[in-house]
Design a protein around this ligand. Structure first.
Ligand code: NAG
Ligand code: NAG
Ligand code: NAG
Ligand code: NAG
Ligand code: NAG
Ligand code: NAG
Length: 927
């Protein structure tokens, strides 16, 4: 009992003093939160278990909800909240919390922080929050900021409520259907926004739009024409702004109930499409320059429309018609967009009362002159001028009028002079009577049939500005189309790729993590070892250039954009989650053609550079090593804070599920021969890592949850985030301790020194688990049996009862018993206390291979030479295969022939590798 209970105790003590298990991280964060906020009303947070705290909800010891609304809290929120990576709901609205609001984990779905005194939001707050459904953050004391365009990353957003949130500047053109397909509520009231309502709002599903009460000097301006296309609107509050132009045609807004236009600069006749809207319940029109007859609504509608002169209606009686002259004048200015400058002064029902109507000059009770010169009008000349029969002078010069001169004007009986000079009119000048003076000079296209310049802007539009907005929209649409095309090309290329290589390359690879982060009670650790000085300049994540290897990868075009990955995973939908591990979440993705992939999304909040280093390490390793029994990388994405790896899908999940959770998962227990074959696969994969790849890679985290199974039940080793490359000429080196309890070689746990024998030890533990069906650490056992290795060795001493350790879930015959004894011996050999006493992986393969042959004589390994090719990185191999196929279209691409280039090919066509990746390391023998 050399390696006995005392040693385990020693280990446990060591860990309990130095190492912090991952799950207690929430505890630390919750303690921080507890000390940084104060409640005057009792908030019972006294229990030692934070999951029992009032208004805190947990799921398996991870905090999922914190609901502290209306608690009269003061204090601030700690930065560490971002580490609560299972948090979905955070409510602290209606308190007196102050200070900078911290970043939140990207698991968050609902965020209510309104009515506090927070002074800022992090500038990158929305960068990664793709799970957010609802944000309510108004009524704080933020310093001025712009609406962050990174908000568009929050694709799932349903509600964005930020009233009185100190926003300045314009509303960005992000609020559109592409970015926010689910957006229903957009509330931006009482900020200091200015500029126009963005055109992107057209066609959105927004039901509730509040932009009222902007505090900026200019407020929001421009027309409301975009709301004509917001057909889902139910509530529209645009009051207290500087919107101009008429109320648009609302006939398609069939659900509009509550609309508030008051306190703007709106002009024109209230359209019948508003007054007759059946859904309408509340309408506010007071204090604009609305014209024409005061609208009459159905009795069921609550109307706020002060008729005492706050608008420019022709009468003070709702529904009472205007005089024909007023109606004629209104028709005349309709194509000009009801200019504000006219509406302001055109009050009452008689244009000729006291000559106060701008642009209208009367002689007695008749209009004699229309003088719209130099008023900056755009739009077209109305044919309704013809109904102003007393007009002698029609002066429209020096504007931006477009279109043609209407034929009808020739019928004006009193007309003596028409001046349309210096506009943008085109077409033939109609034939006026001979005594009419016509001035059409200064219109570049007059006399021509078609304008040479762009078409007419719409009435009430903001002339030239409108063009540029249109152009921008066009460009945006173009870019969107291009993006779409890119996605299409990607999908098509994938299809082609799959057709050609998918079946042969790595049949069904994938990374599935178990539902828990470790194996049962095994706890993932990743903490600096005591006295962690790095020998030989190599340790943890430094010492050799990983970035150079990452660049190699990029050359091979493995970069996949985040948009594509979002698309294939339904925007990282909960439903697509295959598993969660210590470093992130794995999602299932499905390409258009049905090909399944696994997308591992690293947690964005990994402390410091650790996450990035794990990520780069995994890319570096997986592009350097390729082997039938190592899971294959298809691509990756490193954008903004996103770190994603794309693997092939392994449909049968993890070995852990098949060994330990098979009952729960509705699986059959593995037969003995399957177990042997899996053990051999793993041994081959690890043997390859340990030296056959010409460099020494050490996995450091071998365990059943990192062993994945394909539909053929062949195994692949996955999760290379902790893999380390041994430095040149060194068989061992010190590193930060990382790995999983129960699988850690004792010398590694104690000293942090890593050799390939660390993996051999873990492999031995896996063999024991395969034999016994017990977890490396099994808390359901009596104390002295918790640690599998200890128990296994003890049982081994008693030859008579040794067979009792065999997993009761499987039947094993005489022949099987013989191989069982061999494997049991091998397992305990691997778990020898001294590293030098442990065999190397090659030995394991040599022992296991003949045993597996016995069981599977008819299934020879097509490629048994430890992988495909040892010198090519994946991208290099890819392009080579593609070239080969280009040369010979009839070539039947198969694993053993075309996919494995001969040595000569390899030598001649593969460029020398970059020296950055410890290439000079030649010794394959780490032992
Ligand atoms: C907070 O907890 C108290 C006591 O359990 C409960 O009465 C209250 O409804 C909870 N509030 C919220 C918002 O969950
Ligand atoms: C809220 O807390 C403040 C002190 O922080 C206290 O003066 C006030 O009375 C409390 N209000 C309520 C409603 O509990
Ligand atoms: C809001 O913040 C400003 C400083 O930015 C501070 O002077 C002011 O007192 C704060 N107001 C409240 C109500 O906390
Ligand atoms: C609309 O607001 C913008 C930004 O405040 C301002 O530059 C522009 O002049 C305004 N347009 C009109 C017509 O007032
Ligand atoms: C209403 O919708 C129909 C169908 O989409 C469209 O043809 C029509 O032009 C729309 N009307 C208005 C006023 O926008
Ligand atoms: C709009 O009109 C309704 C009905 O008269 C009224 O209750 C409401 O306060 C008004 N809203 C505003 C912002 O004036």
């Amino acid at each position: 009992m050399g390696f006995g209970v005392s040693y385990v105790l020693h280990l446990v003590l060591l860990f309990s003093t130095i190492f912090v298990p991952a799950w207690s991280q929430d505890g630390d964060v919750m303690q921080k939160l507890k000390t940084s906020i104060k409640s005057s009303r009792n908030l019972d947070w006294s229990d030692s278990d934070y999951c029992k705290w009032e208004n805190v909800t947990c799921n398996e010891a991870r905090v999922t909800r914190i609901q502290l609304q209306s608690r009269n809290l003061t204090g601030f929120l700690p930065k560490e909240l971002v580490q609560l990576t299972a948090l979905t709901d955070f409510y602290c609205n209606d308190n007196n919390l102050y200070g900078d609001f911290p970043n939140m984990p990207n698991s968050l779905q609902n965020l209510y922080i309104d009515k506090n005194k927070f002074t800022s939001m992090p500038s990158d707050f929305f960068d990664n929050m793709s799970s957010l459904l609802l944000v309510s953050m108004g009524n704080n004391n933020f310093t001025q900021w712009k609406i962050p365009s990174s908000l568009k990353n929050c694709l799932a957003l349903k509600t964005f409520s930020a009233n009185n949130a100190s926003f300045v500047g314009e509303i960005p053109e992000i609020f559109g259907e592409e970015n926010f397909p689910s957006l229903v509520t957009l509330q931006l009231s009482y900020n200091s926004l200015e500029g126009n309502l963005p055109n992107s709002l057209a066609g959105t599903s927004i039901e509730n739009l509040w932009v009222n009460g902007q505090k900026s000097t200019n407020k929001l301006n421009g027309t409301l024409s975009v709301i004509q296309k917001m057909t889902s609107l139910k509530v529209l509050w645009v009051n207290v702004n500087s919107f101009t132009g008429p109320i648009p045609d609302l006939s398609n807004l069939t659900q509009l109930e509550d609309v508030c236009f008051r306190d703007n600069r709106l002009t024109g006749v209230v359209p019948s499409t508003l007054t007759s809207l059946p859904s309408l319940r509340v309408v506010n029109l007071t204090n604009n320059q609305l014209q024409g007859s005061p609208p009459k609504f159905q009795d069921s509608v609550k109307v706020d429309n002060d008729l005492s002169g706050t608008n420019s209606f022709c009468t003070a009686v709702a529904g009472q018609p205007c005089s024909p002259l007023v109606n004629a004048l209104l028709s005349v200015v309709e194509p000009l967009g009801y200019p504000y400058i006219l509406a302001e002064s055109w009050k009452g029902n008689g244009p000729c009362g006291d000559n106060t109507w701008k642009g209208v000059i009367c002689s007695g009770s008749n209009i004699s002159t229309i003088d719209f010169r130099k008023l900056g009008f755009s739009g077209s000349i109305s044919s309704s001028f013809a109904s102003l029969s007393s007009v002698t002078k029609l002066l429209l010069s020096n504007n931006n009028l477009t279109g043609t001169i209407p034929e009808e004007l020739t019928n004006m009986p009193a007309l003596k002079e028409i001046d349309v000079s210096n506009n943008l009119l085109y077409g033939q000048i109609p034939k006026f009577r001979e005594d009419v003076v016509v001035n059409a000079a200064g219109n570049p296209d007059i006399g021509h049939d078609k304008p040479s310049s762009p078409p007419t802007p719409s009435p009430g539009g903001k002339d030239k500005k409108k063009f540029s907005v249109g152009a921008i929209v066009g460009v945006v649409i173009g870019v969107v189309c291009l993006l779409g095309l890119g996605v299409l090309v990607f999908v098509m290329c994938r299809r082609r790729y799959n057709k050609r290589y998918g079946k042969v390359q790595t049949p069904n690879a994938i990374v599935v993590h178990p539902r828990h982060s470790g194996d049962g009670n095994a706890v993932k650790i990743s903490v600096a070892a005591a006295g962690g000085s790095l020998a030989g300049g190599v340790g943890g994540t430094s010492g050799f250039s990983q970035s150079s290897s990452v660049q190699n990868v990029e050359a091979g075009n493995m970069v996949i954009s985040i948009q594509v990955l979002r698309e294939v995973t339904n925007n990282f939908s909960e439903k697509n989650i295959l598993g969660k591990g210590g470093f992130g979440t794995v999602y299932k993705g499905e390409l258009d053609d049905g090909t399944k992939i696994a997308v591992k999304r690293m947690q964005s909040d990994m402390v410091g550079d650790k996450g990035l280093n794990e990520f780069k390490s995994e890319i570096a390793v997986l592009t350097k090593v390729r082997h039938r029994h190592l899971v294959a990388l298809l691509g990756y994405c490193l954008e903004d804070n996103e770190k994603l790896l794309v693997y092939e899908y392994m449909p049968q999940g993890t070995l852990s599920q098949h060994l330990f959770d098979w009952k729960d998962d509705g699986l059959k227990p593995l037969e003995w021969k399957r177990r042997l074959s899996i053990a051999l696969d793993v041994a081959r994969g690890v043997e390859y890592l340990h030296g056959l790849a010409q460099q020494i890679f050490i996995h450091r985290d071998l365990k059943p949850s990192n062993i994945l199974l394909g539909d053929d039940m062949r195994a692949k080793v996955s999760d290379f985030g902790l893999v380390r490359l041994a430095p040149e000429g060194q068989a061992s080196f010190e590193t930060r301790l990382a790995g999983t309890f129960g699988y850690l070689a004792p010398e590694y746990a104690v000293t942090g020194r890593v050799t390939t024998k660390v993996d051999v030890y873990s492999y031995g533990v896996i063999l024991m688990e395969i034999i016994t069906g017990r977890r490396a650490i099994d808390n359901s056992q009596p104390d002295e049996n918790i640690h599998l290795v200890t128990w296994f060795r003890r049982m081994q001493l008693n030859k008579d009862s040794f067979e009792k350790i065999i997993d009761p879930a499987m039947d094993i015959d005489e022949e099987g018993l013989e191989s069982f004894r061999t494997i049991a011996g091998l397992a305990s050999h691997c778990c020898a206390r001294e590293p030098h006493q442990r065999p190397d992986m090659g030995h394991m393969v040599n022992v296991l291979a003949p045993l597996v042959e016995i069981w599977k004589p008819s299934e020879p390994d097509a490629e048994d030479m430890y992988g495909i090719d040892l010198d090519m990185s994946l991208p290099q191999a890819l392009s080579k295969w593609q070239n080969m196929e280009g040369r010979s279209t009839t070539l039947d691409v198969s694993y053993s022939s075309s996919m494995i280039p001969s040595c000569e090919n390899t030598q001649s066509s593969i460029p020398p590798r970059s020296p950055g990746f410890a290439d000079s390391f030649t010794s394959a023998d780490a032992r």
